[in-house]
Design a protein around this ligand. Structure first.
Ligand SMILES: CC(C)(COP(=O)(O)OP(=O)(O)OC[C@H]1O[C@@H](n2cnc3c(N)ncnc32)[C@H](O)[C@@H]1OP(=O)(O)O)[C@@H](O)C(=O)NCCC(=O)NCCS
Length: 520
Protein backbone atom coordinates (compact mmCIF):
# COMPACT_ATOMS: atom_id res chain seq x y z
CA UNK A 1 0.00 0.00 0.00
CA UNK A 2 1.50 3.29 -1.02
CA UNK A 3 2.00 6.10 1.44
CA UNK A 4 -0.21 8.52 -0.49
CA UNK A 5 -3.28 6.40 0.19
CA UNK A 6 -2.95 6.66 3.94
CA UNK A 7 -4.77 9.95 4.28
CA UNK A 8 -7.97 8.79 2.61
CA UNK A 9 -7.90 5.43 4.31
CA UNK A 10 -7.25 6.80 7.73
CA UNK A 11 -10.10 9.23 7.32
CA UNK A 12 -12.42 6.42 6.32
CA UNK A 13 -11.17 4.21 9.10
CA UNK A 14 -11.60 6.90 11.66
CA UNK A 15 -15.03 7.70 10.38
CA UNK A 16 -15.97 4.06 10.56
CA UNK A 17 -14.56 3.58 13.99
CA UNK A 18 -15.87 6.73 15.48
CA UNK A 19 -19.23 5.81 14.14
CA UNK A 20 -19.55 3.53 17.10
CA UNK A 21 -19.37 6.49 19.41
CA UNK A 22 -20.88 9.33 17.47
CA UNK A 23 -24.52 8.98 16.69
CA UNK A 24 -24.25 11.28 13.65
CA UNK A 25 -21.63 9.15 11.91
CA UNK A 26 -23.28 6.00 12.96
CA UNK A 27 -26.47 7.21 11.38
CA UNK A 28 -24.61 8.16 8.21
CA UNK A 29 -23.09 4.72 8.03
CA UNK A 30 -26.41 3.11 8.74
CA UNK A 31 -28.51 5.20 6.46
CA UNK A 32 -26.23 6.08 3.60
CA UNK A 33 -25.37 2.83 1.83
CA UNK A 34 -23.24 4.60 -0.78
CA UNK A 35 -21.07 6.13 1.96
CA UNK A 36 -20.74 2.74 3.60
CA UNK A 37 -19.91 1.01 0.36
CA UNK A 38 -17.37 3.67 -0.57
CA UNK A 39 -15.73 3.21 2.81
CA UNK A 40 -15.71 -0.55 2.49
CA UNK A 41 -14.38 -0.57 -1.04
CA UNK A 42 -11.45 1.57 0.05
CA UNK A 43 -10.88 -0.83 2.91
CA UNK A 44 -11.02 -3.76 0.55
CA UNK A 45 -7.99 -2.52 -1.34
CA UNK A 46 -5.94 -2.84 1.76
CA UNK A 47 -4.18 -6.19 1.53
CA UNK A 48 -1.72 -6.17 4.36
CA UNK A 49 -2.08 -3.64 7.11
CA UNK A 50 1.46 -2.67 7.96
CA UNK A 51 2.69 -1.35 11.29
CA UNK A 52 3.16 1.96 9.47
CA UNK A 53 -0.50 2.09 8.77
CA UNK A 54 -1.41 1.38 12.36
CA UNK A 55 0.90 4.24 13.27
CA UNK A 56 -1.30 6.52 11.22
CA UNK A 57 -4.14 5.71 13.56
CA UNK A 58 -2.19 5.99 16.70
CA UNK A 59 -1.19 9.56 15.98
CA UNK A 60 -4.60 11.15 15.96
CA UNK A 61 -5.77 8.86 18.73
CA UNK A 62 -2.80 9.60 20.95
CA UNK A 63 -3.33 13.30 20.71
CA UNK A 64 -6.75 12.75 22.28
CA UNK A 65 -5.42 10.85 25.22
CA UNK A 66 -4.15 12.46 28.39
CA UNK A 67 -0.35 12.56 28.87
CA UNK A 68 -0.61 9.76 31.40
CA UNK A 69 -1.18 6.91 31.82
CA UNK A 70 0.68 5.86 28.67
CA UNK A 71 -1.56 3.98 26.30
CA UNK A 72 -0.47 0.56 25.18
CA UNK A 73 -2.30 -0.35 21.98
CA UNK A 74 -3.46 -3.91 21.43
CA UNK A 75 -1.49 -5.76 18.78
CA UNK A 76 -3.48 -6.40 15.62
CA UNK A 77 -5.12 -9.78 15.99
CA UNK A 78 -6.56 -12.06 13.37
CA UNK A 79 -9.25 -13.56 15.53
CA UNK A 80 -11.09 -10.83 17.35
CA UNK A 81 -14.65 -9.93 18.12
CA UNK A 82 -15.94 -13.38 18.82
CA UNK A 83 -19.51 -14.29 19.46
CA UNK A 84 -19.30 -14.10 23.24
CA UNK A 85 -19.18 -10.49 24.18
CA UNK A 86 -18.85 -8.84 27.51
CA UNK A 87 -20.21 -5.52 28.62
CA UNK A 88 -18.62 -2.19 27.92
CA UNK A 89 -19.28 0.55 30.48
CA UNK A 90 -22.38 -1.32 31.46
CA UNK A 91 -22.58 -0.22 35.01
CA UNK A 92 -22.86 3.45 34.41
CA UNK A 93 -26.25 4.81 35.31
CA UNK A 94 -28.30 4.66 32.12
CA UNK A 95 -28.10 8.39 31.52
CA UNK A 96 -24.37 8.62 31.59
CA UNK A 97 -24.07 5.39 29.58
CA UNK A 98 -26.24 7.00 26.95
CA UNK A 99 -24.19 10.17 26.98
CA UNK A 100 -21.10 8.14 26.46
CA UNK A 101 -22.40 6.44 23.37
CA UNK A 102 -23.74 9.60 21.82
CA UNK A 103 -20.83 11.86 22.50
CA UNK A 104 -18.15 12.36 19.88
CA UNK A 105 -14.87 10.75 20.88
CA UNK A 106 -13.20 14.16 21.08
CA UNK A 107 -15.26 14.86 24.16
CA UNK A 108 -14.84 11.60 26.03
CA UNK A 109 -13.93 12.34 29.64
CA UNK A 110 -10.35 11.59 30.61
CA UNK A 111 -11.14 8.51 32.72
CA UNK A 112 -12.84 6.88 29.76
CA UNK A 113 -10.23 7.71 27.13
CA UNK A 114 -8.14 4.64 27.64
CA UNK A 115 -11.11 2.30 27.46
CA UNK A 116 -12.44 4.12 24.43
CA UNK A 117 -9.14 3.91 22.61
CA UNK A 118 -9.06 0.25 23.36
CA UNK A 119 -12.41 -0.32 21.78
CA UNK A 120 -11.58 1.94 18.84
CA UNK A 121 -8.47 -0.13 18.21
CA UNK A 122 -10.44 -3.32 18.51
CA UNK A 123 -12.90 -2.06 15.95
CA UNK A 124 -10.04 -0.76 13.82
CA UNK A 125 -8.66 -4.28 13.81
CA UNK A 126 -12.03 -5.48 12.59
CA UNK A 127 -12.05 -3.07 9.71
CA UNK A 128 -8.49 -3.91 8.77
CA UNK A 129 -9.58 -7.51 8.48
CA UNK A 130 -11.95 -6.45 5.73
CA UNK A 131 -8.81 -5.92 3.65
CA UNK A 132 -7.27 -9.30 4.48
CA UNK A 133 -6.71 -11.96 1.85
CA UNK A 134 -9.09 -14.88 2.16
CA UNK A 135 -7.54 -17.80 0.33
CA UNK A 136 -10.57 -19.98 0.87
CA UNK A 137 -13.47 -17.55 0.86
CA UNK A 138 -12.22 -15.87 -2.31
CA UNK A 139 -12.90 -19.14 -4.13
CA UNK A 140 -16.49 -19.44 -2.88
CA UNK A 141 -19.76 -18.09 -4.30
CA UNK A 142 -20.16 -15.36 -1.70
CA UNK A 143 -20.20 -11.60 -2.02
CA UNK A 144 -16.58 -10.57 -2.66
CA UNK A 145 -15.05 -7.33 -1.39
CA UNK A 146 -14.00 -6.36 -4.90
CA UNK A 147 -17.68 -6.30 -5.92
CA UNK A 148 -18.75 -3.98 -3.11
CA UNK A 149 -20.51 -0.99 -4.51
CA UNK A 150 -21.08 -2.57 -7.93
CA UNK A 151 -24.81 -2.06 -8.20
CA UNK A 152 -24.90 -3.63 -11.67
CA UNK A 153 -24.61 -7.09 -10.12
CA UNK A 154 -28.00 -8.74 -9.75
CA UNK A 155 -29.52 -9.63 -6.40
CA UNK A 156 -30.04 -13.37 -5.87
CA UNK A 157 -28.10 -16.61 -6.40
CA UNK A 158 -24.47 -16.08 -7.43
CA UNK A 159 -24.11 -19.51 -9.08
CA UNK A 160 -26.88 -21.59 -10.58
CA UNK A 161 -27.47 -25.10 -9.21
CA UNK A 162 -25.58 -27.86 -10.99
CA UNK A 163 -27.39 -31.07 -12.00
CA UNK A 164 -27.49 -33.33 -8.95
CA UNK A 165 -25.54 -36.13 -10.66
CA UNK A 166 -22.66 -33.67 -11.08
CA UNK A 167 -22.40 -33.03 -7.35
CA UNK A 168 -19.28 -34.74 -6.02
CA UNK A 169 -20.46 -38.10 -4.65
CA UNK A 170 -17.58 -38.88 -2.30
CA UNK A 171 -16.47 -36.79 0.70
CA UNK A 172 -13.58 -34.34 0.47
CA UNK A 173 -10.17 -35.67 1.41
CA UNK A 174 -9.04 -35.19 4.97
CA UNK A 175 -5.42 -35.35 6.17
CA UNK A 176 -4.58 -39.06 6.40
CA UNK A 177 -4.83 -39.28 10.24
CA UNK A 178 -8.54 -38.31 10.22
CA UNK A 179 -11.86 -39.74 9.05
CA UNK A 180 -15.34 -38.33 8.52
CA UNK A 181 -18.16 -39.42 10.81
CA UNK A 182 -21.85 -38.63 10.69
CA UNK A 183 -23.05 -37.76 14.18
CA UNK A 184 -26.29 -39.35 15.32
CA UNK A 185 -27.37 -36.82 17.92
CA UNK A 186 -30.14 -39.11 19.17
CA UNK A 187 -27.41 -41.39 20.49
CA UNK A 188 -26.51 -40.47 24.06
CA UNK A 189 -22.89 -41.43 23.46
CA UNK A 190 -22.43 -39.33 20.31
CA UNK A 191 -24.31 -36.39 21.81
CA UNK A 192 -21.93 -36.56 24.77
CA UNK A 193 -18.91 -36.51 22.48
CA UNK A 194 -20.19 -33.47 20.59
CA UNK A 195 -21.11 -31.76 23.84
CA UNK A 196 -17.60 -32.28 25.21
CA UNK A 197 -15.85 -31.17 22.03
CA UNK A 198 -17.82 -27.92 22.07
CA UNK A 199 -17.60 -27.46 25.82
CA UNK A 200 -13.81 -27.53 25.61
CA UNK A 201 -13.13 -25.99 22.20
CA UNK A 202 -16.00 -23.81 21.01
CA UNK A 203 -16.39 -20.03 21.01
CA UNK A 204 -14.64 -17.93 23.67
CA UNK A 205 -14.71 -14.21 24.32
CA UNK A 206 -11.80 -11.99 23.35
CA UNK A 207 -9.99 -12.44 26.63
CA UNK A 208 -10.67 -16.17 27.08
CA UNK A 209 -12.71 -15.66 30.23
CA UNK A 210 -15.88 -17.42 29.04
CA UNK A 211 -16.66 -20.28 26.65
CA UNK A 212 -20.09 -21.22 25.29
CA UNK A 213 -21.46 -24.31 26.99
CA UNK A 214 -24.39 -25.45 24.83
CA UNK A 215 -26.30 -28.13 26.75
CA UNK A 216 -27.02 -31.55 25.26
CA UNK A 217 -30.77 -30.85 25.22
CA UNK A 218 -30.05 -27.59 23.42
CA UNK A 219 -27.87 -29.29 20.80
CA UNK A 220 -30.59 -31.88 20.13
CA UNK A 221 -33.18 -29.13 19.77
CA UNK A 222 -30.96 -26.99 17.56
CA UNK A 223 -30.12 -29.89 15.24
CA UNK A 224 -33.49 -31.67 14.98
CA UNK A 225 -35.95 -29.22 13.41
CA UNK A 226 -38.65 -30.55 11.07
CA UNK A 227 -37.06 -32.21 8.02
CA UNK A 228 -33.50 -32.28 9.42
CA UNK A 229 -30.83 -34.38 7.71
CA UNK A 230 -28.63 -36.49 9.92
CA UNK A 231 -26.02 -36.44 7.14
CA UNK A 232 -25.56 -32.70 7.81
CA UNK A 233 -24.29 -33.32 11.35
CA UNK A 234 -20.70 -33.87 10.44
CA UNK A 235 -17.77 -34.84 12.62
CA UNK A 236 -14.11 -35.62 12.11
CA UNK A 237 -12.42 -38.31 14.19
CA UNK A 238 -8.75 -39.08 14.74
CA UNK A 239 -8.12 -42.51 13.18
CA UNK A 240 -5.76 -43.54 15.97
CA UNK A 241 -8.08 -43.18 18.99
CA UNK A 242 -11.47 -42.43 17.36
CA UNK A 243 -11.65 -39.15 19.28
CA UNK A 244 -13.99 -36.50 17.87
CA UNK A 245 -11.80 -33.54 16.89
CA UNK A 246 -13.95 -31.34 14.65
CA UNK A 247 -17.60 -30.64 13.95
CA UNK A 248 -19.90 -28.68 11.67
CA UNK A 249 -23.65 -28.81 11.14
CA UNK A 250 -26.39 -27.69 8.83
CA UNK A 251 -30.15 -27.67 9.30
CA UNK A 252 -32.74 -26.99 6.61
CA UNK A 253 -34.67 -23.72 6.71
CA UNK A 254 -36.77 -21.55 4.44
CA UNK A 255 -35.53 -17.99 4.52
CA UNK A 256 -37.29 -15.14 2.84
CA UNK A 257 -34.94 -12.65 1.24
CA UNK A 258 -37.08 -9.66 0.32
CA UNK A 259 -39.84 -11.29 -1.79
CA UNK A 260 -38.19 -14.64 -2.46
CA UNK A 261 -38.52 -17.64 -0.17
CA UNK A 262 -35.33 -19.63 -0.56
CA UNK A 263 -34.55 -23.12 0.77
CA UNK A 264 -31.33 -22.85 2.68
CA UNK A 265 -29.09 -24.56 5.15
CA UNK A 266 -28.35 -22.78 8.40
CA UNK A 267 -24.76 -23.72 9.16
CA UNK A 268 -23.57 -23.65 12.75
CA UNK A 269 -21.29 -25.23 15.37
CA UNK A 270 -18.12 -25.07 13.27
CA UNK A 271 -15.46 -26.23 15.68
CA UNK A 272 -11.92 -27.54 15.38
CA UNK A 273 -10.13 -28.93 18.44
CA UNK A 274 -7.69 -26.39 19.89
CA UNK A 275 -4.72 -28.61 19.11
CA UNK A 276 -5.62 -28.76 15.40
CA UNK A 277 -6.09 -25.08 14.70
CA UNK A 278 -4.60 -23.19 11.73
CA UNK A 279 -4.17 -26.32 9.64
CA UNK A 280 -6.85 -25.35 7.13
CA UNK A 281 -9.30 -27.96 8.43
CA UNK A 282 -12.15 -25.42 8.64
CA UNK A 283 -12.33 -24.95 4.83
CA UNK A 284 -12.56 -28.74 4.39
CA UNK A 285 -15.43 -28.91 6.90
CA UNK A 286 -17.20 -26.05 5.17
CA UNK A 287 -16.77 -27.66 1.74
CA UNK A 288 -18.03 -30.99 3.04
CA UNK A 289 -21.17 -29.55 4.61
CA UNK A 290 -21.74 -27.60 1.40
CA UNK A 291 -21.43 -30.81 -0.66
CA UNK A 292 -23.94 -32.62 1.56
CA UNK A 293 -26.31 -29.66 1.35
CA UNK A 294 -26.02 -29.72 -2.45
CA UNK A 295 -26.86 -33.44 -2.45
CA UNK A 296 -30.26 -32.44 -1.04
CA UNK A 297 -30.68 -29.99 -3.91
CA UNK A 298 -30.20 -26.96 -1.66
CA UNK A 299 -27.81 -24.27 -2.91
CA UNK A 300 -27.88 -21.45 -0.39
CA UNK A 301 -26.91 -21.11 3.26
CA UNK A 302 -27.03 -18.64 6.13
CA UNK A 303 -24.48 -18.44 8.93
CA UNK A 304 -23.03 -16.05 11.48
CA UNK A 305 -19.49 -15.51 12.73
CA UNK A 306 -17.58 -13.25 15.04
CA UNK A 307 -14.89 -12.86 12.37
CA UNK A 308 -15.15 -10.79 9.23
CA UNK A 309 -14.97 -12.82 6.04
CA UNK A 310 -16.36 -11.95 2.60
CA UNK A 311 -18.91 -10.35 3.00
CA UNK A 312 -21.35 -9.70 5.84
CA UNK A 313 -24.96 -8.93 4.89
CA UNK A 314 -25.14 -7.09 8.17
CA UNK A 315 -23.14 -6.60 11.36
CA UNK A 316 -24.94 -6.69 14.65
CA UNK A 317 -24.01 -5.97 18.19
CA UNK A 318 -24.91 -7.85 21.34
CA UNK A 319 -26.35 -5.90 24.26
CA UNK A 320 -26.39 -7.25 27.78
CA UNK A 321 -28.86 -6.62 30.60
CA UNK A 322 -27.46 -7.47 34.03
CA UNK A 323 -29.86 -9.53 36.13
CA UNK A 324 -27.31 -10.58 38.73
CA UNK A 325 -24.87 -7.65 38.64
CA UNK A 326 -22.79 -8.76 41.60
CA UNK A 327 -21.93 -12.10 40.03
CA UNK A 328 -21.31 -10.48 36.62
CA UNK A 329 -18.86 -8.07 38.20
CA UNK A 330 -17.24 -10.76 40.35
CA UNK A 331 -16.53 -12.95 37.31
CA UNK A 332 -15.32 -10.08 35.11
CA UNK A 333 -18.25 -10.07 32.70
CA UNK A 334 -18.86 -6.45 33.55
CA UNK A 335 -17.17 -3.78 35.61
CA UNK A 336 -18.37 -1.54 38.36
CA UNK A 337 -19.08 1.79 36.70
CA UNK A 338 -17.21 4.93 37.61
CA UNK A 339 -18.66 6.52 40.75
CA UNK A 340 -20.81 3.45 41.35
CA UNK A 341 -20.87 1.26 44.42
CA UNK A 342 -21.98 -2.35 44.40
CA UNK A 343 -25.15 -1.54 46.29
CA UNK A 344 -26.07 1.29 43.91
CA UNK A 345 -25.44 -1.05 40.99
CA UNK A 346 -27.63 -3.77 42.48
CA UNK A 347 -30.37 -1.20 43.03
CA UNK A 348 -29.99 0.10 39.48
CA UNK A 349 -30.69 -3.32 37.99
CA UNK A 350 -33.37 -4.41 40.45
CA UNK A 351 -36.56 -5.62 38.79
CA UNK A 352 -40.11 -5.98 40.15
CA UNK A 353 -40.96 -9.38 41.63
CA UNK A 354 -43.77 -10.06 39.20
CA UNK A 355 -44.71 -9.22 35.62
CA UNK A 356 -46.99 -6.30 34.88
CA UNK A 357 -48.96 -7.30 31.78
CA UNK A 358 -52.40 -8.87 32.44
CA UNK A 359 -52.65 -12.20 30.57
CA UNK A 360 -48.87 -12.71 30.37
CA UNK A 361 -48.29 -16.49 30.44
CA UNK A 362 -46.16 -19.32 29.07
CA UNK A 363 -46.89 -20.49 25.52
CA UNK A 364 -48.64 -23.88 25.19
CA UNK A 365 -49.18 -26.34 22.33
CA UNK A 366 -52.68 -24.93 21.70
CA UNK A 367 -51.11 -21.52 20.97
CA UNK A 368 -49.12 -22.72 17.96
CA UNK A 369 -51.58 -21.47 15.27
CA UNK A 370 -51.92 -18.02 16.85
CA UNK A 371 -48.19 -17.68 17.48
CA UNK A 372 -47.49 -18.71 13.87
CA UNK A 373 -49.90 -16.08 12.54
CA UNK A 374 -48.43 -13.33 14.71
CA UNK A 375 -44.85 -14.26 13.91
CA UNK A 376 -45.43 -14.53 10.16
CA UNK A 377 -47.12 -11.16 10.08
CA UNK A 378 -44.41 -9.56 12.21
CA UNK A 379 -41.46 -11.04 10.29
CA UNK A 380 -42.88 -9.97 6.93
CA UNK A 381 -41.55 -6.44 7.50
CA UNK A 382 -37.87 -7.49 7.52
CA UNK A 383 -35.65 -7.88 4.46
CA UNK A 384 -34.32 -11.27 5.59
CA UNK A 385 -36.35 -13.50 7.91
CA UNK A 386 -37.34 -17.14 8.35
CA UNK A 387 -40.50 -18.34 6.63
CA UNK A 388 -42.09 -20.27 9.48
CA UNK A 389 -45.02 -22.68 9.35
CA UNK A 390 -46.83 -24.25 12.30
CA UNK A 391 -44.45 -27.21 12.48
CA UNK A 392 -41.49 -24.85 12.66
CA UNK A 393 -43.17 -22.75 15.34
CA UNK A 394 -44.01 -25.83 17.39
CA UNK A 395 -40.38 -26.88 17.23
CA UNK A 396 -38.66 -23.52 17.69
CA UNK A 397 -41.05 -21.68 20.01
CA UNK A 398 -42.77 -24.21 22.26
CA UNK A 399 -41.11 -23.97 25.68
CA UNK A 400 -38.52 -26.69 26.32
CA UNK A 401 -36.93 -26.68 29.75
CA UNK A 402 -33.47 -25.08 29.83
CA UNK A 403 -33.57 -24.65 26.05
CA UNK A 404 -36.20 -22.18 24.91
CA UNK A 405 -38.90 -20.20 26.70
CA UNK A 406 -41.79 -18.40 25.08
CA UNK A 407 -44.29 -16.19 26.84
CA UNK A 408 -47.29 -14.53 25.33
CA UNK A 409 -50.06 -12.16 26.20
CA UNK A 410 -53.59 -13.52 26.06
CA UNK A 411 -56.15 -10.76 26.30
CA UNK A 412 -58.15 -11.38 29.51
CA UNK A 413 -61.30 -10.15 27.69
CA UNK A 414 -61.13 -11.62 24.20
CA UNK A 415 -58.62 -14.43 24.83
CA UNK A 416 -56.88 -13.30 21.69
CA UNK A 417 -53.09 -13.80 21.63
CA UNK A 418 -51.63 -10.35 21.05
CA UNK A 419 -47.92 -10.41 21.92
CA UNK A 420 -45.02 -12.84 22.17
CA UNK A 421 -41.58 -12.78 23.71
CA UNK A 422 -39.05 -15.59 23.77
CA UNK A 423 -35.50 -16.36 24.73
CA UNK A 424 -33.17 -19.33 24.55
CA UNK A 425 -30.76 -20.62 27.18
CA UNK A 426 -27.07 -20.65 26.43
CA UNK A 427 -24.80 -20.85 29.47
CA UNK A 428 -21.09 -20.13 29.30
CA UNK A 429 -18.35 -21.79 31.28
CA UNK A 430 -16.52 -19.25 33.41
CA UNK A 431 -12.85 -20.05 32.91
CA UNK A 432 -10.52 -19.91 35.89
CA UNK A 433 -12.79 -18.38 38.54
CA UNK A 434 -12.61 -19.82 42.03
CA UNK A 435 -16.18 -19.05 43.01
CA UNK A 436 -18.28 -19.54 39.92
CA UNK A 437 -18.15 -22.00 37.05
CA UNK A 438 -21.27 -21.20 34.97
CA UNK A 439 -22.78 -18.00 33.67
CA UNK A 440 -26.46 -18.52 33.02
CA UNK A 441 -27.46 -16.40 30.02
CA UNK A 442 -30.80 -15.92 28.27
CA UNK A 443 -30.68 -14.80 24.63
CA UNK A 444 -33.56 -12.81 23.19
CA UNK A 445 -35.13 -14.80 20.34
CA UNK A 446 -38.32 -13.62 18.59
CA UNK A 447 -40.54 -10.93 20.11
CA UNK A 448 -43.78 -9.58 18.66
CA UNK A 449 -45.80 -6.76 20.10
CA UNK A 450 -49.16 -5.77 18.68
CA UNK A 451 -51.02 -4.55 21.79
CA UNK A 452 -48.53 -4.52 24.67
CA UNK A 453 -45.77 -1.93 24.13
CA UNK A 454 -42.53 -3.75 23.27
CA UNK A 455 -40.78 -2.02 26.17
CA UNK A 456 -43.29 -3.38 28.67
CA UNK A 457 -43.25 -6.84 27.08
CA UNK A 458 -39.46 -7.03 27.26
CA UNK A 459 -39.46 -5.74 30.82
CA UNK A 460 -41.74 -8.66 31.67
CA UNK A 461 -39.32 -10.98 29.82
CA UNK A 462 -36.51 -9.63 32.04
CA UNK A 463 -38.64 -10.19 35.14
CA UNK A 464 -39.35 -13.84 34.29
CA UNK A 465 -35.70 -14.40 33.32
CA UNK A 466 -34.66 -13.01 36.70
CA UNK A 467 -37.20 -15.28 38.44
CA UNK A 468 -35.67 -18.20 36.52
CA UNK A 469 -32.26 -17.30 37.91
CA UNK A 470 -30.50 -16.12 34.75
CA UNK A 471 -27.48 -13.91 35.39
CA UNK A 472 -27.75 -11.88 32.21
CA UNK A 473 -30.21 -11.30 29.38
CA UNK A 474 -28.61 -10.76 25.97
CA UNK A 475 -30.13 -9.28 22.85
CA UNK A 476 -28.85 -8.35 19.40
CA UNK A 477 -29.76 -5.02 17.84
CA UNK A 478 -31.81 -6.86 15.18
CA UNK A 479 -35.50 -6.32 14.37
CA UNK A 480 -36.98 -3.63 16.65
CA UNK A 481 -34.73 -4.40 19.58
CA UNK A 482 -32.98 -1.03 19.51
CA UNK A 483 -36.22 0.54 20.68
CA UNK A 484 -35.94 -1.00 24.15
CA UNK A 485 -32.24 -1.70 24.74
CA UNK A 486 -31.12 1.55 26.34
CA UNK A 487 -34.36 2.18 28.15
CA UNK A 488 -34.27 -1.26 29.78
CA UNK A 489 -30.63 -0.76 30.89
CA UNK A 490 -28.93 -3.07 28.43
CA UNK A 491 -25.28 -2.15 27.91
CA UNK A 492 -23.39 -2.67 24.63
CA UNK A 493 -21.14 -5.72 24.28
CA UNK A 494 -17.49 -5.57 23.26
CA UNK A 495 -17.76 -7.53 20.02
CA UNK A 496 -19.87 -7.91 16.93
CA UNK A 497 -21.76 -10.65 15.18
CA UNK A 498 -21.63 -10.75 11.40
CA UNK A 499 -24.38 -12.42 9.34
CA UNK A 500 -23.61 -14.09 6.00
CA UNK A 501 -25.41 -15.70 3.08
CA UNK A 502 -23.73 -18.34 0.92
CA UNK A 503 -24.41 -18.18 -2.81
CA UNK A 504 -26.84 -15.30 -2.51
CA UNK A 505 -25.98 -11.70 -3.24
CA UNK A 506 -27.66 -8.72 -1.69
CA UNK A 507 -27.08 -5.52 -3.58
CA UNK A 508 -26.60 -3.58 -0.39
CA UNK A 509 -25.75 -4.47 3.16
CA UNK A 510 -28.66 -4.33 5.60
CA UNK A 511 -29.06 -2.38 8.78
CA UNK A 512 -29.39 -4.72 11.77
CA UNK A 513 -32.97 -3.49 12.16
CA UNK A 514 -33.76 -4.86 8.68
CA UNK A 515 -32.81 -8.36 9.77
CA UNK A 516 -35.51 -10.64 11.16
CA UNK A 517 -33.31 -13.67 11.81
CA UNK A 518 -31.75 -15.04 14.99
CA UNK A 519 -29.36 -17.97 14.56
CA UNK A 520 -28.45 -20.03 17.61
C1 LIG B 1 -13.50 -21.38 13.72
C2 LIG B 1 -12.43 -22.47 13.62
C3 LIG B 1 -13.11 -23.79 13.28
C4 LIG B 1 -11.47 -22.11 12.50
O1 LIG B 1 -10.46 -23.06 12.46
P1 LIG B 1 -8.91 -22.64 12.36
O2 LIG B 1 -8.10 -23.83 12.63
O3 LIG B 1 -8.76 -21.44 13.25
O4 LIG B 1 -8.75 -22.14 10.85
P2 LIG B 1 -8.28 -23.00 9.58
O5 LIG B 1 -6.81 -22.87 9.40
O6 LIG B 1 -8.81 -24.38 9.66
O7 LIG B 1 -9.06 -22.24 8.40
C5 LIG B 1 -8.92 -20.88 8.16
C6 LIG B 1 -9.99 -20.47 7.20
O8 LIG B 1 -11.27 -20.65 7.82
C7 LIG B 1 -11.97 -19.40 7.82
N1 LIG B 1 -12.75 -19.27 9.03
C8 LIG B 1 -12.29 -19.14 10.30
N2 LIG B 1 -13.32 -19.01 11.14
C9 LIG B 1 -14.44 -19.06 10.39
C10 LIG B 1 -15.81 -18.97 10.71
N3 LIG B 1 -16.24 -18.80 11.95
N4 LIG B 1 -16.70 -19.07 9.71
C11 LIG B 1 -16.28 -19.24 8.45
N5 LIG B 1 -14.98 -19.33 8.08
C12 LIG B 1 -14.08 -19.22 9.06
C13 LIG B 1 -10.87 -18.38 7.80
O9 LIG B 1 -11.36 -17.14 7.35
C14 LIG B 1 -9.88 -19.00 6.83
O10 LIG B 1 -10.30 -18.88 5.49
P3 LIG B 1 -9.69 -17.68 4.58
O11 LIG B 1 -8.24 -17.98 4.39
O12 LIG B 1 -10.47 -17.71 3.30
O13 LIG B 1 -9.91 -16.42 5.34
C15 LIG B 1 -11.64 -22.62 14.96
O14 LIG B 1 -10.90 -21.44 15.17
C16 LIG B 1 -12.54 -22.86 16.13
O15 LIG B 1 -12.98 -23.98 16.36
N6 LIG B 1 -12.79 -21.79 16.94
C17 LIG B 1 -13.65 -21.87 18.10
C18 LIG B 1 -15.07 -22.02 17.68
C19 LIG B 1 -15.53 -20.94 16.74
O16 LIG B 1 -15.20 -19.77 16.87
N7 LIG B 1 -16.37 -21.35 15.79
C20 LIG B 1 -16.96 -20.47 14.83
C21 LIG B 1 -18.23 -19.98 15.37
S1 LIG B 1 -18.89 -18.77 14.29
Amino acid sequence: MEQRHYGAESTIFLCLRRSARSRRLRTTLDQDPSFRLRALSILSELQDPSPDLLEVYRKPLRSESPPSPPWAPRPPSSDFALRITKMVDSNLPPDSAKENVDRDSNQIPAENVEKSLDSIIRELNDSISVGKKHKFWETQPVGQYKDLGDSSLPEGPIELPTPLQEVKQEPYNLPSQYVWTTCDMTSEETCNEVYNLLKNNYVEDDENMFRFNYSKEFLRWALHPPGYFQSWHIGVRAKANKKLVAFITGIPARLRVRNEVVKMAEVNFLCVHKKLRSKRLAPVLIKEVTRRVHLENIWQAAYTAGVIIPTPITTCQYWHRSLNPKKLIDVGFSRLGARMTMSRTIKLYKLPDSTSTPGFRKMELRDVPAVTRLLREYLSQFAVAPDLDEDDVEHWMLPTKNVVDTFLVESPDTHEITDICSFYTLPSTILGNQNYSILKAAYSYYNVSTKTPLLQLMNDALIVAKQMDYDVFNALDVMQNESFLKELKFGPGDGQLHYYLYNYRLREALRPSELGLVLL
